[in-house]
Design a protein around this ligand. Structure first.
Ligand code: GLN
Length: 485
């Protein structure tokens, strides 16, 4: 059952081939047996999952099931879940039991999906390797000595290892697409504002966006159908109708104009990864797409711009973790200042502290114009590059990540090298565009992801473009050897 896609599980549940309770029990048993190797879950919510599964079975029997009713999924531990620990990968929130559900979580509950548990992640979603988690690193199921990518590495590894048929992720600078690429699964970061951020623990509010991580594009469409939509509790959520993302999956690609940005194929890109991407572009040519060489001239500014904007916003968002309003509180504080200092000193890990310090500096009086304001101006230039490109082409393609999964520990002492692993994903967040990663092949046994970037609110087109590739390839069906049966 664990090798089936969400679409197949949904059909099986409706046909009565198996019950949601049976399905849920089988995933819970797999998690218990195999997750110790991968460490993809922070919490497994066995009792809640089984009671949701029984409810789902009743709903299916009554004939009012949605596509996701009875389907087990995992939630990234960044989403508040009522009555369940919500840690955001941090010691700071190790004891935090959320008193309400994030909008994304309530939408899945309304659809009747079953939550298996909460997935591991980099601390407060800061990282590209899942090594900054308070709960220990996640291992890549394709090679347990490699990282799964981050920050949604727990979700990506759980889906790749068949420990959940689907999971949620969040993407501030690449955290859905990069781990999807490194773990050989499919993930989409929607347009900024498409999915509600309410109840999603904030990292950088102007960049954060939630999205689905599954094995296939069709499954991403099913999950996004449930997740997307306006939410009056998120002031940046966009009031715009949600199409049925499954409706256009099979549209023909004849005449589709694909832009290949020169800057995404230059220095820094691993030559073996480049070959895999070029081979996938050939497949699109076969399907009648037209290739156009384009330029995104400000690509080189994306990482430096992001590392002003994201730390600035995180230093402000994380100020609530002070041991009083939220978060870990130190023992026996001498006075208020000691309470703040020690609670924050003990609760946050090194990468989070580094970002808070950079952000506080960039926002401090006298420096705001030189850093944050300047970064906002560069952000506009980066968006303008895409705007011009989309006057010429329908979608943009390139690698998701410049390399395949690197080894655990390989980059953890070198933050700048780590930051560069998001070189092709970060500009998409700065511009607020939708982007997707699709399994495109392997270098040795490590997966490669093809990135597809679309214009604002073109998620349906991205899912269609990815689906047509998956109809003609089987990369997305491959399973890591130790997790295939
Ligand atoms: N790796 C990037 C960072 O560390 C992006 C993280 C994310 O998208 N949440 O900030």
């Amino acid at each position: 059952m664990h090798n089936k896609t969400i679409a197949e599980l949904s059909a099986g549940l409706k046909n009565g081939d198996f019950s949601s309770e049976e399905l849920t029990r089988s995933f819970l048993a797999r998690i218990e047996k195999l997750d110790p190797q991968v460490n993809s879950y922070i919490s497994v919510t066995t009792d809640e999952a089984l009671s949701q599964a029984r409810e789902a079975d009743k709903r299916i029997a009554a004939g009012n099931a949605s596509a996701l009713t009875g389907v087990p999924i995992a939630q990234k531990d960044i989403f508040c879940t009522n009555g369940v620990k919500t840690s955001s990968g941090s010691k700071m929130l190790d004891k935090f039991i959320a008193p309400y559900d994030a909008t994304v979580v309530s939408k899945f509950n309304q659809a009747g999906a079953v939550m298996l548990g909460k997935t591991n992640m980099d601390e407060f979603a800061m990282g590209s390797s899942n090594e900054t988690s308070f709960y220990g690193p996640v291992k890549n199921p394709w090679d347990l000595t490699a990282v799964p990518g981050g920050s949604s590495g727990g979700s990506a590894a759980a889906v790749a290892a068949r420990l959940a048929p689907g999971a949620t992720g969040t993407d501030t600078g690449g955290s859905i697409r990069q781990p999807a690429a490194l773990c050989g699964i499919t993930g989409i970061k929607p347009t900024y504002g498409r999915v509600s951020r309410y109840g999603m623990i904030a990292f950088a509010s102007s960049l954060d966006q939630a999205g689905p991580m599954e094995r296939t594009s069709e499954d991403c469409a099913l999950m996004l159908n449930a997740m997307a939509g306006f939410d009056e509790r998120d002031s940046t959520s966009v009031e715009k109708d949600v199409p049925d993302y499954t409706a256009s999956l099979n549209d023909d690609l004849k005449g589709l104009k694909i832009g290949l940005p020169r800057e995404y194929f230059g220095e820094g890109l691993d030559s073996e990864v480049a070959k895999v991407i070029e081979a996938s572009i050939e497949e699109y040519k076969k399907q009648g797409a037209e290739i156009v060489e384009i330029s995104l001239p400000n690509t080189g500014l994306a990482v430096p711009t992001y590392y002003v904007v994201a730390p600035a916003e995180c230093s402000s968002n994380l100020s609530r973790m002070d041991g009083v309003r939220f978060g870990h509180r130190c023992d026996n504080p001498a006075d208020l200042e000691d309470l703040y200092k020690r609670s924050r000193g003990e609760g946050f890990g090194a990468e989070v502290k580094r970002r808070i310090m950079i952000g506080a500096y960039a926002l401090s009086a006298g420096y705001y114009d030189a850093y944050y304001l300047k970064a906002q101006k560069l952000r506009q230039l980066i968006s303008d590059d895409f705007k011009k490109a989309f006057e010429q082409v329908d979608v943009i393609m390139g690698p998701t990540s410049p390399t395949t999964a690197f080894n655990l520990g390989e980059k953890s002492d070198d933050p700048v090298t780590m930051y560069l692993s998001d070189i092709y994903t970060i500009a998409v967040n700065l511009a607020g565009l939708p982007g997707m990663s699709v399994p495109a092949g392997f270098v040795g046994q490590r997966p490669v992801g093809l990135q597809i970037i679309g214009n604002y609110f073109e998620e349906a087109r991205l899912l269609n473009v990815a689906h047509k590739f998956q109809q003609a390839s089987d990369w997305h069906q491959r399973a890591p050897e130790n997790f295939s049966d």
